[in-house]
Design a protein around this ligand. Structure first.
Ligand SMILES: [Zn+2]
Length: 336
């Protein structure tokens, strides 16, 4: 495991007392506590996200501003709300006081101009692919991953651009192996999609995150590490996956079989997006139901099958060989 420098240790020591404020900020704003932490500790320059602009969020904005200030962060918001259609991320812009539910963009940085740009670029990148790079640069993503991200830009507005819809799968296609720190298929510890599932720069970022978290919040670091290393993931999109715990046998990266004793569904498209494909979501919930009855799941490039002991209880053919994947890192920590 990576060691902290004396400078990093001093910074953590100085910050320790304010860590609860950061957790409160993450809770009220809906912005990732991990990304906020990495911003406060200077491992990344800024963080921005689109969050449902609810009555509660509106009420909490002054407190969010106050907490950000106590953490040494500037805070900026978009001047409009946005309606997001799953999974393409196409935006419709509406006024903040419109009755429809929409997302507001919240951005934080130690630099005022970066917080301000964060709130603007997040929206611009949906309309103009040039801003995909600019936004990623502003957020401090590694250059190799930014170049990979350029490929994902939907320059010709192709509604079926698979990479644009499912960047984790594009990372997988560029990978021979899959290191546990970059487990974007369970609970991702990184804010971007890595250029490959072994990207060194991204692994360094996660190591810094885990070692800082271990110092500040032992329990959280253990729980994050468990998500990264233990379950296999039946993965459709970043908002829709079912984690399975048991004995996993990989056939190819993304295909295999698991004898499982516990499942943990994370199917949250409906709470993230304003518009979703109901039929697809119903199918995922049906699979979830049968996984609860069964104890073995097999996924290859053509179908997914659920078994209870030897009996096959459900089978679906796949429309795309990558959706869904059954995947687990093949490079795990030494003690696992
Ligand atoms: Zn990379």
């Amino acid at each position: 495991m990576m060691k902290l420098t004396q400078d990093e240790k001093n910074k953590l020591k100085k910050f320790q007392d304010r860590y609860p404020l950061l957790l409160e900020l993450a809770k009220l704003s809906g912005v990732s506590s991990l990304e906020l932490l990495m911003t406060v500790l200077d491992y990344k320059p800024a963080v921005a996200d689109a969050i449902n602009y609810t009555v509660e969020l509106k009420r909490d904005i002054p407190r969010i501003k106050d907490l950000a200030q106590q953490l040494g962060l500037f805070f900026a918001t978009s001047k409009y709300k946005y309606i997001v259609n799953s999974p393409r991320g196409i935006f419709e812009e509406i006024p903040l006081n419109d009755m429809q539910l929409g997302k507001i963009i919240l951005a934080f940085s130690k630099f005022q101009d970066k917080a301000h740009k964060g709130a603007i670029y997040y929206h611009e990148k949906m309309l103009n692919s040039e801003y995909g790079y600019k936004f990623g640069k502003l957020m401090g993503y590694p250059e190799c991953c930014l170049r990979f991200g350029n490929y994902l830009n939907n320059n010709i507005c192709d509604p079926n651009n698979f990479g644009f819809k499912n960047p984790a799968v594009e990372s997988l296609k560029r990978s021979k192996h899959f290191v546990w720190q970059l487990n974007v298929f369970t609970v991702s510890p990184i804010p971007h999609y890595p250029c490959s599932l072994t990207c060194k720069k991204s692994v360094n970022y996660v190591n810094k995150l885990l070692i800082s978290l271990e110092y500040l919040d032992k329990e959280r670091s253990v729980s994050l590490k468990t998500y990264l290393t233990e379950p296999a993931s039946l993965y459709w999109t970043y908002a829709d996956r079912i984690l399975l715990y048991g004995t996993f046998k990989q056939k190819l990266l993304g295909e295999g079989e698991i004898q499982y004793h516990k499942i943990y569904p994370i199917l949250i498209s409906e709470s993230i997006y304003q518009k979703v494909d109901k039929q697809q979501i119903n199918q995922w919930h049906q699979i979830e139901k049968f996984l609860r009855i069964g104890n073995r799941l097999m996924v290859n490039d053509k179908f997914i099958r659920i078994y209870y002991n030897r009996e096959r209880i459900l089978e679906f053919s796949k429309e795309n060989k990558y959706i869904p994947l059954l995947i687990k890192p093949d490079i795990l920590p030494k003690n696992k």
